[in-house]
Ligand binder design. Structure first.
Ligand code: SF4
Length: 296
């Protein structure tokens, strides 16, 4: 807040968050890609694909250019405090998105679903960009941004358990079968190897939202729930035994990580939502503390 009680203008700082997210892949994602590349056989198509991806990551970071030509759907998760004017912050986020598009950190991606007309500045209706506000329990103020590619969004899937075809019941074993089915059906499309976000429960909408929000976790962290932590490891191991490989070329790396979360549901429903994030797992966070900004 300034001395007149007006909220500070964060537009330029949010612009920097967008630049960073579009051009600089998080180091933990890059490390996983590096390990995957070293694990693939010399001379294989899988290894060549990962080498190309890794070269691209270094180049785009150096040149501050987008990691992929599809700069994705901007999805913001804001943890705010009572003093944050959410309407003002929404305006600032939208202004930063338009500026980022002008500067070519983002490709113009917002298209009217009926007319096909591109707005040219990544600003559509209130759903584009997608902005989620949550009251912060600890009184922290932070903004997470994920840029979610269209190709990987296309291979996301939702299951209503029980599912006879998969012989998947309403338990964690059923969740495992659904997640592996989604990976198998994708067959490397959506630019494998990537990450799965899995939401258990909710209604159809909240289940998918949870499967995206769980991707805010760090790739190397562990689930606080021991059973879900084990499930994440098992899905990762078994997905990599499918042999689909980077871009579907075959190989040992089909998935780089899996994150699972659960939410409440009606007794009548048991949804499992699987959101897939390609290798271009673009996520950064800006933390605002005592008016100091840190980018993570
Ligand atoms: S799925 Fe990801 S890597 Fe593939 S084209 Fe889309 S944004 Fe790029």
């Amino acid at each position: 807040m300034d001395e007149r009680g007006k909220m500070r203008d964060y537009t330029q700082e949010i612009l920097e968050l967008i630049r960073l997210t579009s051009t600089d892949l998080p180091s933990q994602v890059e490390e996983r890609l590096n390990k995957a590349m070293e694990n693939e056989n010399a001379g294989s198509a899988a290894r060549a694909a990962l080498e190309t991806i890794l070269k691209n990551i270094k180049m785009t970071r150096k040149n501050s250019t987008p990691i992929c030509q599809d700069t994705g759907t901007p999805i913001f998760f804001v943890h705010s405090t009572d003093s944050i004017d959410t309407a003002a912050l929404t305006r600032q986020i939208r202004e930063a998105i338009a500026l980022a598009t002008q500067k070519s950190y983002l490709r113009p991606n917002a298209v009217d679903s009926i007319t096909g007309k591109n707005t040219g500045n990544n600003l559509g209706d209130e759903y584009f960009p997608s902005i989620h506000f949550q009251q912060s329990a600890e009184g922290d103020f932070s903004i997470d941004l994920i840029l979610k590619g269209g190709g990987c969004e296309n291979v996301g899937a939702q299951y209503a358990l029980p599912n006879d075809e998969l012989q998947a019941g309403r338990d964690l074993e059923g969740v495992r079968k659904a997640a592996l089915d989604a990976v198998f059906r994708a067959q490397g499309e959506g630019c494998a190897p990537g990450f799965l976000g899995i939401g258990i429960g909710g209604d159809r909408g909240t289940s998918y939202a949870a499967s995206k929000q769980v991707m805010l976790r760090e790739p190397d962290d562990h689930n606080a729930d021991a059973e879900l932590d084990q499930l994440e490891d098992r899905i990762l191991t078994e997905a990599n035994e499918l042999g689909i490989g980077p871009m579907g070329f075959g190989g040992k790396t089909t998935l780089l990580g899996a994150k699972v979360t659960s939410t409440y549901r009606l007794p009548a429903s048991f949804f499992v939502s699987v959101s897939y994030m390609c290798w271009a797992y673009r996520h950064h966070k800006m933390v605002i503390k005592n008016d100091e900004i840190t980018y993570l």
